[in-house]
Ligand binder design. Structure first.
Ligand SMILES: CC(C)(COP(=O)(O)OP(=O)(O)OC[C@H]1O[C@@H](n2cnc3c(N)ncnc32)[C@H](O)[C@@H]1OP(=O)(O)O)[C@@H](O)C(=O)NCCC(=O)NCCS
Length: 228
């Protein structure tokens, strides 16, 4: 589906505090059980969704609804993106006492590009996937990064999340770094975590590149026809 069409069918708007239940559900989908893994190191029965909901309801903090965009289908939210300046991550962890499980994930947390805009979470309801909702949310995040003058958008993705990686590659992201995460019986991921990046001016760069390629092909054709 054309991106513009998806944006019309699933308009993107900034989240409001009334959206926190759906934001939490989608954040939990996007998180790949990372928060549940951390919480269960403290309480083996802990669930991640209530914690996401609490964090999303706050007016500040990285998971705040203020840092979320949502895609709507009528009155229903079908997708969510949580994004903010990447340097906020460093502020969030500075001086914090990490739990044993957070220490295990430290290589992932520390693999960060503080000059970028960070897409921390993105998810679309299963019933609405492959309709362009994710791409429309991503375009809105890139647009926000551009408006705030960030040169690039970065994100972390578990190396075994092949579907999300395919989505990011299709959107022009490339691998920037890899964090090794030691195996743990309760962490449902293998292969570590990737940091991916995409310049904010990607579309413009790509269209310039394509235009230049066409121009040089045209001149080659012209040269060939004159010398024939
Ligand atoms: C990743 C995710 C957000 C993509 O959302 P989506 O709305 O389905 O994506 P789109 O429809 O906009 O896809 C755009 C393009 O990305 C690529 N793509 C998306 N999902 C893909 C998949 N499962 N396999 C291969 N390519 C895929 C395709 O090129 C697609 O274009 P096409 O449908 O015309 O072929 C969604 O699959 C999701 O919510 N996954 C679970 C949560 C998650 O893992 N989030 C990422 C955490 S890092």
């Amino acid at each position: 589906m054309e991106k513009a069409l998806a944006q019309r069918r699933f308009p993107i708007r900034r989240a409001a505090s009334r959206d926190t239940r759906l934001i939490a559900k989608l954040a939990n989908m996007a998180g790949g059980d990372t928060l549940a893994f951390i919480l269960r190191g403290i309480d083996s029965t802990a669930e991640a969704t209530p914690t996401y909901r609490q964090m999303a309801a706050e007016p500040t903090g990285i998971y705040s609804y203020q840092n979320c965009l949502v895609a709507a289908s009528g009155s229903r939210i079908v997708g969510m993106a949580n994004a903010f300046p990447a340097r906020l991550i460093e502020r969030e962890i500075a001086g914090a006492v990490l739990t044993e499980r957070e220490e295990l994930l430290r290589p992932r947390t520390e693999l960060n590009d503080p000059t970028s805009f960070l897409l921390n979470n993105i998810a679309v309801l299963r019933s609405h996937r492959r309709l362009g909702v994710g791409a429309a949310l991503l375009a809105a995040v890139v647009n926000e990064a551009k408006q705030q003058s960030f040169p690039s958008v970065t994100l972390h993705v578990w190396a075994d999340n092949t579907e999300a990686i395919a989505f990011y590659l299709a959107a022009g992201f490339k691998e920037l770094g890899h964090a090794e995460i030691p195996w743990h019986p309760d962490l449902p991921h293998t292969g570590g975590s990737l940091l991916m990046t995409r310049p904010v001016g990607f579309e413009r760069d790509e269209s310039v590149r394509r235009r230049l390629a066409t121009v040089s092909q045209d001149s080659a054709d012209e040269r060939a026809s004159t010398s024939a």
